[in-house]
Design a protein around this ligand. Sequence first.
Ligand code: C5P
Length: 205
Amino acid sequence: MIIAVDGPAASGKGTIARALAKHYGLPHLDTGLLYRAVGLSVAQAGGNARDAGDALAACGFDDALLADPRLRDEATAALASIVSAHAEVRAALMARQRAFAAQPGGAVLDGRDIGTVIVPQADAKLFVTASPEVRAQRRLAEMRAHGLTGDRATLTAEIAARDERDRNRANAPLRCADDADLLDTSEMAIDAAVRQAIALVDAQV
Ligand code: C5P
C-alpha cells in the first residue's frame, strides 16, 4: 500500500504521515528533508541556490546531512524552496523517492508532489491543509519545544513566501491531486486529525 500525503508548510502533514506509517506498519519518507539537504548543501559549498548548476551539484549530498539539526531551520526551508523549483533538482531526487515508494509492502511519503508526480498511482492520497494563522502558531510551538525563539509575524511571512513559491513554480507545483481527499486540520487537535486521516485512507483502499 502506497500512501501519498501532500500539503503546504506546517499543515500537519508530517505528523499525520508518521502516524499513518505507524498505524499501517509502513516505512515513511519525509521528502522535504531531501530538498532541505540540497538547500543546506548549496549554502555549505558557498553556492547560489538560484543557480540550477550549483543546486544540481548539491544533490549529491552526503546522507549524514539528513540528520543535521540545521535542516529544521526556517532559513534552510527557504533555501529548500528555492532549489526545489529547479527541474534538474526535482529530476535528480525523483528516483530515490520512487524507489522508496516501490518497497515491498508499500510506504508512506509526504511532500508537495507525491500524489501528483512522484507516485500518481498511490493507493491513498491526502492533501493536508490548515489556515495560515494555525500553521504559524504550530510552527512557533514546535520551535519553542526545541528551545528556539521565533517571532510570529516573521514566521507567518516566511511560511507565506514559501507557499507562494511552492504553489506558483512551473515544475511540480504544490496542488491537490484530483483524486486526493482534502483534510483541513485548522480546527482539529492532532489526535483527531490522525483519526480522520486513517478513516479517509481506509475508505480509499
Ligand atoms: O516539507 P518541508 O517543509 O520540509 O519542505 C521544504 C521545502 O522543500 C518546501 O517548501 C518545498 O519547496 C520543497 N519540497 C518540494 N517537494 C517535496 C517536498 C518538499 O518541492 N516533495
